[in-house]
Design a protein around this ligand. Structure first.
Ligand SMILES: NC(=O)c1ccc[n+]([C@@H]2O[C@H](COP(=O)([O-])OP(=O)(O)OC[C@H]3O[C@@H](n4cnc5c(N)ncnc54)[C@H](OP(=O)(O)O)[C@@H]3O)[C@@H](O)[C@H]2O)c1
Length: 237
């Protein structure tokens, strides 16, 4: 069933990974639907660039480096105060890298853990106390449908997304009764420019359009089906 974007009007949504391909569709869609958006970027120079991309009083942009808990809490508090609460945190941040173990870049596992788990956890920790205080809010992260299937040359990626799945699963349980929910959507391959360039001969017809994935995030945040914390994403909505 299609998610009614009108539900986003007046909502405050904090977005991580907004500079990315999915994140920018999430931001644009939510803004067009009348939401207020706060964007956490990770490098100081990105702040002005992102502000210029989304001008207007309904957008706040702040810098939250990966492991900076104080920056995350400070930005979330500023957003909470300016926009009277945070209704959802949508973490579109993440990264992918492939390579056989031993031939992969040194530190690649750590980088993927940072991108796919630690940076997400940092944002969640920054916003969660405010959501708990309001007794409402939703946190939605982006996992991967490849977790659990194995795959050659993607050990680092799969380990980091698997860790995210378990982190979200445990968080969701821990939040029962608080009014705050946590979930991860679990998509297959996204139809992005990066993937089209990287896999020019692949059949992209089965890939997930970004608006479908954005809708899945909005649905998980604002119209959950009760299916549990990990949500597969279907191409047809
Ligand atoms: N693409 C796919 O086929 C696919 C499939 C399944 C799941 N996913 C997941 O879907 C999400 C969006 O994917 P996408 O294709 O839109 O990715 P993308 O275009 O590469 O964007 C990634 C975003 O994450 C941010 N990021 C990267 N490393 C980070 C780190 N260490 N700490 C904090 N933020 C970091 C980037 O910020 P900067 O601009 O600062 O680098 C960017 O905003 C990701 O979680 C990805 O893993 C993607």
């Amino acid at each position: 069933m299609a998610f009614d974007l009108a539900m986003l009007a007046g909502k405050t949504i904090l977005v991580g990974g907004a500079t990315g391909q999915l994140g920018s569709v999430v931001v644009r869609t939510a803004l067009d639907a009348g939401a207020r958006i706060a964007i956490a970027v990770r490098k100081p120079w990105q702040v002005d660039k992102v502000k210029a991309a989304y001008p207007g009083a309904n957008v706040l942009v702040g810098c939250v480096p990966d492991a900076d808990g104080e920056a995350a809490a400070g930005f979330a508090k500023g957003v909470n105060d300016a926009f009277s609460g945070i209704d959802a945190l949508l973490c579109c941040n993440g990264a992918f890298a492939a390579g056989a173990v031993g031939r992969d870049a040194s530190g690649e596992l750590q980088e993927l853990m940072t991108a796919n788990v630690l940076s997400v956890a940092n944002l969640v920790r920054g916003a969660l106390w405010l959501m708990k205080r309001r007794k409402r809010g939703a946190i939605v992260c982006v996992g991967s449908a490849s977790v659990g299937l194995g795959g050659a040359n993607v050990a680092n990626y799969l380990a980091s997304k698997a860790a995210l799945h378990e982190w979200v699963r445990a968080l969701a349980l821990e939040l029962v009764g608080t009014g705050v929910r946590a979930a991860a959507i679990v998509p297959g391959t996204l139809d992005t420019e990066t993937n089209r360039k990287a896999m020019p001969d692949a059949d992209a017809s089965q890939w997930l359009p970004l608006d479908v994935v954005a809708h899945a995030m909005f649905t998980a945040a604002f119209a959950p089906t009760g299916a549990g914390p990990l949500h597969p994403v279907q191409k047809v909505r």
